[in-house]
Write a protein that binds this ligand. Structure first.
Ligand code: IPE
Ligand code: IPE
Ligand code: MG
Length: 253
């Protein structure tokens, strides 16, 4: 069971349209307390609830959470089992709540390898929330960015082979349209918790111009204050996209 998430009344001048998060540090959180790693994952699920509720309240268009990478299969079987059970529980618990809150759910990543019951519940969440018009919540589960790009490339190759598109029609938009994140804006902010300065095969295509915020806070400790701090950091960034800074205007603070 998940606890009801707290809400806040924080306001921002500029918000990202799409936030992506590498939720790291569950194991360290548990280790620090002399607890087994699964205790960190359980606590981390509460953070998912808190962060999702707040991002929806703030009016973000999309939130993408890295929940299980294609590399995470290398973990001990018992840990993988606990994680899969938690995803299942989460999907069962959250379906009605997502509908109530207008959240559109989407799973990113390959189906192959995921337990049947996780796929069933994830499909059910997608179906139940298909017409929701609020925030899109993407759960990256068995997700690897290189695999996603390979799959998109293969889809395009098949379309060319079958005469559906011309090779010349393959451009950035065509490739993006074959990724799991199709029809969503690219993340403008990527937050990684627990301090590691790496991307770990997450959204390599989509984050090409994202602002990066790495916090030392471990995912189970990532609270509203930490989320707002990351959003304030984003607010203070100058995004140039290759251009030069615009000259200051009279209306600038
Ligand atoms: C993130 O926390 C959760 C998953 C990758 C599923 P970790 O389990 O990686 O925590 P650390 O990095 O060992 O602290
Ligand atoms: C990244 O965390 C994957 C998820 C958060 C699901 P990891 O803990 O697996 O990353 P590495 O192995 O330290 O790069
Ligand atoms: Mg980790």
């Amino acid at each position: 069971m998940t606890t009801p998430a707290r809400i806040s009344d924080a306001r921002f001048k500029t918000l990202p349209r799409h936030v992506a998060m590498i939720m790291d540090g569950n194991g360290r959180w548990a280790n620090d307390r002399g607890l087994p790693r699964f205790a960190g994952h359980k606590q981390g699920a509460k953070t998912v609830d808190l962060v999702t509720t707040e991002c929806a309240r703030l009016g973000l268009e999309a939130l993408t959470l890295y929940s299980f990478s294609s590399e995470n299969w290398k973990r001990p079987a018992e840990e993988v089992e606990v994680l899969m059970a938690l995803y299942h529980e989460y999907l069962v618990d959250q379906r009605d709540r997502m509908v109530e809150n207008g959240i559109r759910f989407r799973r990113l990543g390959r189906r192959d390898g995921l337990p049947e019951e996780v796929l069933r519940e994830s499909d059910a969440c997608e179906a139940a929330t298909r017409d929701c018009r609020g925030m899109t919540l993407c759960l990256a589960l068995n997700y690897g960015s290189r695999a996603e790009i390979v799959d998109a490339t293969r889809d395009l190759a098949i379309a060319v082979r079958d005469g559906k598109i011309e090779p010349e029609a393959i451009d950035e938009a065509a490739l993006a349209a074959h990724l799991g994140t199709r029809d969503l804006p690219d993340p403008d902010l990527l937050i990684r918790t627990a301090g590691e300065m790496r991307i770990s095969n997450f959204l390599l295509w989509q984050i090409s111009y994202a602002e990066l915020v790495v916090t030392d806070v471990l995912w189970p400790d990532f609270d509203l204050e930490a989320l707002h701090a990351a959003l304030r950091t984003f607010e203070g960034r100058t995004r140039r996209f290759g251009r030069v800074d615009p000259p200051p205007t009279a209306t600038d603070d």
